[in-house]
Write a protein that binds this ligand. Structure first.
Ligand code: ZN
Length: 382
């Protein structure tokens, strides 16, 4: 059947009245071609809440929205015209749009889970030539939090890698390398790093991995590498959760912060000096610690008080502070205390395992990339 697709922003014209005319036109066409499907992408461009700010300028959008509401009301539902719309910001939509008889059914499309990611990878992989024995489940497990578009990108990147290596089919290592490429950027083969820098990076990464492995609740290490990437990362530790997790306990959140501080802690222990290499770890650790205090009620002082509200649950979730500035400074103090405790924990784990730290770092320096199995084997060796 006919499918009409239009973007919300296409309705918003420079001249007043044009948007409304476009809506009328669209619905007239749809009536004539019924049964058919009308799809309005990015409907928030016209469907935003009408406000009373009074300043002109919004007139056009409002007229367009009013026209859309009128058309949807005047619709004969037996005619077989289905109207679909998509938005990333459902909370900004005008309530009138969501009333029964208009857009009355909502289908949230969230980030795919483990099963979803595997299925999405298979869909995209059907379009490329695959070698034997591809383990999609392993790739899906390594891409927790990836969107459909990113997964498509990974498959595409794997195909390019296969071509670049004169292979006629994509093999498992292409897909694995593609995951890293999409997450961390391309390998910088020609990058020149001094031996001293390499040593620091190796100890830093092993520091993360050791702290992770020595904490009961942390996910095992999948891979550690000190091959520099175009994203600027000089190395990284890839952790893979065994299964999809939705709930995170307080201990797990805390251990995660400790693992993030493990890189810096190793630098301190071995070189007695610190580098800029931990900037990303610092950001992540702070985000988790702050969320523990402000959103998850995992702090001593604030019990179950919401200190931050999520204003947009989609697209990464913007948050807004919902407390007095006095409380905000106490929150900061608590966040700092949490991170400090985690950092101390990481330091003491590394001190207790200093011999292993040296052994593993030397091995990593030699091999540049080691797998989780190799890591665990050395760690468990007496
Ligand atoms: Zn790090």
């Amino acid at each position: 059947m006919p499918f009409f697709s239009i973007s919300g922003s296409e309705f918003v014209e420079m001249f007043v009245g044009m948007g409304a005319a476009r809506v009328r036109d669209l619905f007239k066409q749809a009536q004539e071609k019924a049964p058919c499907i009308v799809f309005i992408d990015e409907i928030d461009a016209i469907g935003k809440k009408r406000d009373n700010s009074g300043v002109g300028g919004n007139d056009e959008r409002e007229q367009t929205l009013n026209q859309l509401l009128t058309e949807m009301d005047g619709f004969d539902s037996s005619k077989g015209v289905v109207i679909l719309a998509a938005t990333n910001r459902p909370e900004t939509l005008d309530k009138a749009l969501l009333r029964p008889g208009r857009f009355d059914r909502r289908i949230p499309v969230e980030l795919p889970d483990l099963k979803g990611r595997e299925a999405i990878l298979r869909v995209h992989a059907a379009q490329i030539k695959l070698g034997a024995q591809i383990d999609f489940n392993a790739i899906a497990r390594a891409t927790s939090g990836a969107s459909g578009a990113e997964l498509a990108n990974i498959v595409n990147e794997a195909a390019l890698l296969a071509v670049r290596n004169y292979r006629s089919a994509v093999i498992q290592s292409d897909l694995e390398e593609a995951v890293e490429t999409v997450i961390a950027g391309y390998q910088r083969k020609g990058a020149v790093i001094s031996d001293q820098e390499k040593r620091i990076v190796a100890y830093h990464e092993i520091g993360h991995a050791l702290v992770a492995a020595r904490q009961q609740h942390s996910a095992p290490v999948h891979k550690i590498t000190i091959i520099p990437r175009t994203s600027g990362a000089l190395g990284y530790t890839m952790q893979v959760d065994e299964d999809e997790r939705v709930l995170m306990s307080r201990e797990e959140a805390f251990n995660k912060i400790a693992t993030l501080t493990g890189g810096r802690a190793a630098e301190e222990l071995i070189f007695s000096s610190i580098t800029t290499g931990a900037s990303n770890d610092i950001e992540q650790a702070t985000r988790i610690a702050r969320a523990m205090v402000t959103r998850y009620g995992m702090s001593e002082n604030f019990d179950m008080m919401a200190l931050e509200t999520v204003s947009n649950p989609y697209l990464g979730g913007d948050t807004a502070l919902a407390c007095s500035s006095e409380t905000a400074s106490r929150v900061d103090a608590e966040v700092l205390a949490t991170i400090r405790r985690a950092h101390e924990k990481a330091s003491s784990i590394l001190k207790d395992n200093e011999a292993k730290l040296h052994e593993l770092a030397a091995y990593l320096l030699e091999k540049e990339t080691i797998t989780g199995e190799e890591f665990m084997e050395i760690l468990d060796r007496e």
